[in-house]
Design a binder for this molecule. Structure first.
Ligand SMILES: NC(=O)c1ccc[n+]([C@@H]2O[C@H](COP(=O)([O-])OP(=O)(O)OC[C@H]3O[C@@H](n4cnc5c(N)ncnc54)[C@H](O)[C@@H]3O)[C@@H](O)[C@H]2O)c1
Ligand SMILES: O=CCc1c[nH]cn1
Length: 484
C-alpha cells in the first residue's frame, strides 16, 4: 500500500505542500520503519486553511440540512466501501491490529457521518408563546469555524467524531491530527470532498503542539475541540477561554472498574480485558484501576492469566492477531517507566511486564496485583497495556476509593445484583458508566468526561449543543410600550 500521501495538508479541496515546514517522519509501530515523510504547517499553511474555512462556511450553513446530510451520508457509504484499505492504513498509522481497525475505526467514523448526516435535516429551533399573542422563536445557528485537534489512538474516529457534527450543524472545520498518526485524516478529507463537500469545509493541517496552539488562538476560530491529555487540555482550554471560544475537551482518565464477588467471572474477565488491553491499552476510557472484591480475587487473577495466554501477539496485518505494538518509542518508554515504578512501589507483577525483543514498539500485556491506592500505577494515566488490580471488602469502601481521583472519564461495574449495579453507576463520578460491559462507544450515546477528564460531550444529540448556538427572536404582535 502507498502510505506516503500526495502532500502533507489538505486545504480548500486539494492537497497542499509547503516544504518550509519542519519535516517529521511517520513510523510503522510494528517494525519501526518510516512509512511517510510529512511537513508541519507553516504560518502560511495555517492562514490558507483558516481563510478557506472562513470563506466556505456561510454558503454551507445556508444550505438545507437535508442537502448537508446527504453529503455526509454519501461519505459514510464511501468509507464503508473502502473499509479494507482504510483499515490497513489505520494499522500502518497506529500499529493497531487489522482485526480491530477493520471493525472499530473507519466504521466508527462512518457511523458518525451517517448519524449526524441523518440528524442534519432535523436541527430546528422552537416556537415559544408569550402573553398577549406575542412570541419568541429560536434559530439554531452554526458557530463558524471549528478547530479539531486529535490524539493518536483513534485517528480516523477522532477526525469523524469532530468533523461529522461540526459539518452537520453548518460549520467549517480545520483539523490537526496528532503528529504521530497524521495519515488517515487526509483520507477522510479526500472522501468528504469526493462525496460532494464543497471545498474549504474540511481542511487538514499537520504539525505538533505549536500548530495546534496557533490554531486555538486565531481570531478566525469560533470553537476548539481537543482530544488529548489533561495537561494539553488545560493549556488549550485556557487559550480558548482568552478568546471566549466554545470548547469540547475529551481528555484522559484513570477509570475504575469494580468487580463484585457475585459477578459472572467470565464476563468480568472479558470486561477487564476490554478495559485494559484493546488497542494495546491505548484507549482513553480504559478501566485501569480494577477493584476486585476479595472473595473472587484469586479466581479472577487465575482466569485472567489463562485468557491473556490466548492473546495472539504478532503481525498486526494478520487478521488473527489480537494484540499489537504500542504506537511509538515515546509511549513504550512511558509504559516501561510505570512498570518499573509498580515494581519499586511493591506491587506484585502477576502477568507480563517485559518488552518483546523485536523491531518496533512491543511490550507484553501486563497485570499488577496487590496494588494500593497511593501507588503511581493506581493514580496516573499510563495509556498502555498495564492493569492495576486492587482488593476491596465492601461497596461503600470501594465507591469512595473509585471516586478518589482527579479524573472522571469512565467507570464500570460487574455484578449480578440489579439494584447494586444501578446504585453504583449513580454513585460514580464519571461521564460514561458501564454495567456488565466495558468500553462501548456507539455514536448514539453521549461520550465524555467530568472533573479533569473533560468538558462537553461527543456523539449523540448532545454533540449538537456543542457545535451550534441558539438565537432568540422576540416578536411583538401588539403595540410597543415605553415609559416616556
Ligand atoms: N476523552 C477522549 O475521548 C480521549 C480519546 C482519545 C485519547 N484521549 C487522551 O489523549 C491522550 C493521548 O493522546 P496524545 O498523547 O496525543 O495527547 P497530547 O495531549 O499529547 O496531544 C493531543 C493533541 O494535542 C496537540 N497539542 C499538544 N500541545 C498542544 C497545545 N499547546 N495546543 C494545541 N494543541 C496541542 C498534539 O499535537 C496532539 O495533536 C491520553 O491522555 C488519552 O486519554 C482522550
Ligand atoms: O479513546 C477513546 C475513545 C474511545 C473509547 N472507545 C472507543 N473509542
Amino acid at each position: 500500500m502507498q502510505t506516503q500521501p500526495a502532500a502533507s495538508h489538505f486545504i480548500n479541496g486539494q492537497y497542499v505542500e509547503d516544504t518550509g515546514g519542519e519535516a517529521f517522519d511517520v513510523i510503522y509501530p510494528a517494525t519501526g520503519e518510516v512509512i511517510a515523510k510529512m511537513h508541519s504547517a507553516t504560518p502560511d499553511i495555517i492562514n490558507q486553511a483558516l481563510d478557506a474555512a472562513r470563506a466556505a462556511q456561510p454558503a454551507w450553513a445556508a444550505m438545507s440540512g437535508t442537502e448537508r446530510g446527504r453529503i455526509l451520508r454519501r461519505a459514510a457509504d464511501m468509507i464503508r466501501e473502502r473499509n479494507h484499505d482504510l483499515s490497513i492504513l489505520e494499522t500502518y498509522d497506529t500499529g493497531k491490529p487489522y482485526q480491530e481497525t477493520s471493525v472499530a475505526d473507519a466504521t466508527s467514523g462512518a457511523d458518525a457521518l451517517e448519524y449526524f448526516g441523518g440528524l442534519a435535516a432535523s436541527l430546528t429551533g422552537e416556537h415559544i408563546a408569550l402573553g398577549d399573542g406575542n412570541w419568541v422563536y429560536t434559530i439554531r445557528e452554526a458557530l463558524g469555524v471549528c478547530v479539531g485537534i486529535g490524539a493518536w489512538n483513534y485517528p480516523t474516529q477522532i477526525a469523524c467524531w469532530k468533523g461529522a457534527p461540526a459539518l452537520a450543524c453548518g460549520n467549517a472545520m480545520v483539523f490537526k491530527p496528532s503528529e504521530t498518526t497524521p495519515l488517515s485524516a487526509l483520507k477522510m478529507a479526500e472522501i468528504l470532498h469526493e462525496a460532494g463537500l464543497p471545498a474549504g469545509l474540511y481542511n487538514v493541517v499537520q504539525g505538533l503542539g505549536d500548530v495546534g496552539a496557533a490554531l486555538v488562538v486565531d481570531p478566525r476560530v469560533n470553537k476548539v475541540s481537543l482530544t488529548g491529555s489533561v495537561p494539553t487540555g488545560r493549556k488549550v482550554y485556557a487559550a480558548a477561554a482568552a478568546g471566549m471560544k466554545h470548547v469540547t475537551m475529551e481528555l484522559g482518565g484513570k477509570s475504575p472498574l469494580v468487580i463484585f464477588d457475585d459477578a459472572n467471572l467470565e464476563n468480568a474477565v472479558s470486561g477487564a480485558i476490554m478495559a485494559n488491553f484493546y488497542s494495546t491499552g491505548q484507549v482513553c476510557s480504559n478501566g485501569t484501576r480494577v477493584f476486585v472484591q476479595k472473595g473472587i480475587k484469586d479466581a479472577f487473577l487465575k482466569r485472567l492469566s489463562e485468557r491473556l495466554d490466548n492473546a495472539v501477539i504478532g503481525d498486526p496485518m494478520d487478521p488473527d492477531t489480537s494484540f499489537g505494538p504500542m504506537v511509538s518509542q515515546r509511549q513504550i518508554d512511558i509504559v516501561d517507566s510505570y512498570i518499573a515504578k509498580g515494581k519499586a512501589e511493591g506491587a506484585r507483577l502477576a502477568y507480563g511486564g517485559n518488552r518483546i525483543d523485536q523491531p518496533g514498539f512491543w511490550i507484553q500485556p501486563t497485570v499488577f496485583a496487590d496494588v494500593t491506592d497511593d501507588m503511581a500505577i493506581a493514580r496516573e494515566e499510563i495509556f498502555g497495556p498495564v492493569m492495576a488490580v486492587l482488593d476491596f471488602e465492601d461497596e461503600a469502601e470501594v465507591m469512595a476509593r473509585a471516586n478518589d481521583t482527579e479524573f472522571g472519564l469512565a467507570a464500570g461495574v460487574f455484578t449480578n445484583d440489579l439494584t447494586r449495579a444501578h446504585r453504583v453507576a449513580a454513585g460514580f463520578e464519571a461521564g460514561t458508566c458501564y454495567i456488565n460491559t466495558y468500553n462501548d462507544a456507539p455514536v448514539e450515546a453521549p461520550f465524555g468526561g467530568v472533573k479533569a477528564s473533560g468538558v462537553g460531550r461527543e456523539n449523540s444529540k448532545a454533540a449538537i449543543e456543542h457545535y451550534s448556538q441558539v438565537k432568540s427572536v422576540f416578536v411583538r404582535m401588539d403595540d410597543m410600550e415605553a415609559p416616556f
